[in-house]
Design a binder for this molecule. Sequence first.
Ligand code: ZN
Length: 194
Amino acid sequence: MTEPSQTEAEELRREAPELDPEMLARREAALRHVRKFGDPVLKSRAAEVESFDDGLRTEIERMGLLMDDAFGVGLAANQVGLLRRFFVYRVSDDGPLQALVNPVIEWSSDDEETFDEGCLSLPQVVVEVTRPAQLRVSAQDPFGGPVKLEAEGLEARVIQHELDHLNGVLIIDRTTRGQRREAMRSLRELGSGF
Ligand code: ZN
């Protein structure tokens, strides 16, 4: 078994620190719970969350732990096989875990930025994605309360990446044709069985 590269442990651009064997084992275990490219759940649109019960909050907490173990910045419900509209993210190591349920982009800037993105569901793929630089989002919190937020920089990028997941859209759908072709080749070489 080959050692995972750094990009494999990223969702977006968070650098994985030097990992001791225990952290590495935890990361690999976490990544095994993340659905990978080829799984139809990643190409499906997730449904609105209607009941804000303990089950939802438990799932959010579980996804937060999984994301941290995997050294991810964000994780959408589709990625753990749940077709429901919510995701978690944490843009800095000591920042709070954010969970947005039924998120909607109310406004995004004409101003765009292009950055490399990776995805926990697309091992070893890093492609350039151009996205609006700022946005306003409305959503609900895990108890169903209203959330309004403005985001820019990495946070705006993570929110758009995760919201794409809820709509069945992946980074390879958002990059150039050339980078998509290269990404598909490297995914095929990994032999994920698709
Ligand atoms: Zn992703």
